[in-house]
Design a protein around this ligand. Structure first.
Ligand SMILES: [Zn+2]
Length: 491
């Protein structure tokens, strides 16, 4: 039987209707039981997410990011029950819904490898030009007042923004897990929005540096939440080690190498990967001397590495995440983004947002900034192509997080995490080289469709199930509530 051809907008109606029904059912259940808010635990209600179906994206500019497959212009992608089952010039459309791919780029969703989602709703209080209202003072001062419900709303806001910007996997760097309920709330927000990601359980804002991390809490999360439906994995966010010299970074904790080893040993005993900021004095050699580096370690902010350290990182297969929007705001005295040096050394690098309190999520803008800074500092001395940048933002992120077998490219048998980007928008047309367009021209507003694990979560630039107005309203309420509790900052 030939598949029926439908427009992208028609599919939206169907998916939105499914989402609306599910949401109404959940609301009725809550009303009947007298429960004000859904249960935010691993045993909580199933999220109101669209069903996975069988569909074919037909006639798109397909960028697989799989070197063995290459690109198809035009090409098709067939998805069934969450899995990419075929990619090519013309795939079988039998028993499938057909989505018109003319005028769109079809590519893997972006993989964001370091993002403090719990800080999303602190955005109204952070100022880039007033030091006492910078990211560190605001998050340290208000973070201690956050309830689990605040964490839920903040993470949900961040994930909603991520999805709208084409991110289909996010590494939730959760360094304000104030209680078991806070951890459950953050995980619930990831689950309820349908995002793929890693939850990196971290220390609490303001905890003493001479106390070890709460590994019992981490073990409990592993027991209660993993493996779940396979979308969310678990790791830890580590405190920093040694002396720090970047404004405010010490607020996250600075521990001795002995304490750090204790935390990392605890994570490794549970089989969990580790992530750590390296702002300030580089800790690489101290970590190497303590025998702590390995392929389960992701470092963040590659600004001050030496050639000797890069050789160590390559040898130990350590990954490095760069967050250009924030890093480019730091004074050059604390280092520069060393993308060229890291790639030359053969180190696995990935791309991240870090936080959205003073820069919105924009993977296109991040790639553009990286390219500009690279050209500005190194130019042709270290060749960097647009395609390499798109790989950095997709497949390399999946490699960093250890999930490249599941996502990061449009490869048959991987899960279907993909985005459709309109090339007929005014800032994109007439379309030339698609990689050039993605890095030099594209914006999140060009994203038409976002699919995670085979579920169409956004279409025609709108959520299919998530209630945009509710996300905004509840984030605003929570932000105002935090300021009232802290009695700061002044209005
Ligand atoms: Zn960070």
């Amino acid at each position: 039987m030939a598949g029926s051809r439908v427009s992208r907008r028609c599919m939206l109606k169907g998916a939105a209707a499914l989402g609306a029904v599910a949401a109404a059912t959940a609301a009725t259940r809550a009303q009947q039981s007298g429960v004000a808010a859904p249960l935010r635990t691993a045993a909580g209600p199933a999220a109101t997410l669209p069903a996975r179906g069988t569909f074919v994206i037909r006639g798109a500019t397909v960028l697989t990011m799989d070197p063995s497959l290459g690109d198809f212009v035009p090409g098709d992608v067939r998805v069934s029950d969450g899995v990419i089952v075929a990619v090519g010039r013309a795939v079988d459309t039998d028993n499938a819904q057909v989505v018109d791919g003319s005028g769109v780029i079809c590519m893997p969703g972006f993989v964001d490898t370091h993002w403090h989602l719990w800080t999303s709703l602190l955005r109204p209080y952070v100022r880039g030009d007033v030091s006492e209202r910078g990211y560190f003072p605001v998050t340290a001062r208000l973070g201690v007042h956050m309830t689990p419900e605040d964490s839920y709303r903040s993470v949900r806001l961040g994930v909603a923004e991520a999805l709208s910007a084409g991110v289909t996997t996010v590494h939730n760097w959760a360094h304000n897990v104030r209680s078991p309920e806070h951890a459950d709330a953050e995980l619930s927000a990831m689950r309820d929005t349908g995002m793929r990601g890693r939850f990196a359980y971290g220390p609490v804002q303001g905890m003493p540096d001479d106390e070890p991390m709460n590994m019992d809490g981490v073990a409990r999360i592993k027991r209660d939440w993993m493996p779940g439906d396979g979308l969310i994995t678990l790791g830890i966010s580590s405190r920093n080690v040694g002396a720090l010299n970047v404004g405010g970074a010490g607020a996250r904790g600075v521990v001795t190498i002995e304490m750090l080893k204790r935390d990392w040993d605890g994570a490794r005993a549970l089989g969990l990967p580790i992530t750590m900021h390296t702002s300030g004095t580089s800790p690489v050699m101290a970590l190497e001397q303590a025998g702590l580096l390995g392929s389960d370690v992701q470092l963040v902010h590659p600004l001050l590495t030496t050639p000797e350290e890069r050789a160590v990182l390559k040898m130990r297969d350590v990954r490095y995440s760069t967050s250009p929007a924030g890093e480019a705001r730091r004074p050059a005295s604390v280092g520069v983004i060393q993308l060229g040096e890291l790639l030359e050394a053969g180190i696995k690098v990935s791309l991240s947002t870090d936080h959205t309190t003073n820069a919105s999520c924009d993977p296109f803008g991040a790639m553009r900034l990286l390219f500009s800074l690279h050209q500005h500092r190194l130019g042709a001395k270290v060749p960097l192509t647009m395609r390499r940048l798109v790989q950095l933002a997709t497949l390399d992120g999946a490699v960093d997080l250890g999930i490249a077998g599941r996502t990061g490219s449009l490869t048959p048998r991987k899960r279907a995490d993909m985005i459709l980007i309109r090339t007929t928008d005014l800032n994109m047309t007439p379309i030339g080289d698609p990689y050039e367009a993605l890095v030099s021209l594209a914006q999140p507003a060009n994203i038409d469709t976002v699919i995670v694990d085979g579920r169409i979560l956004r279409q025609a630039g709108r959520f299919t199930a998530l209630d945009h107005a509710q996300v905004v309203r509840e984030a605003q309420e929570a932000a105002l509530g935090l300021r009232a509790k802290a009695d700061w900052p002044p209005v």
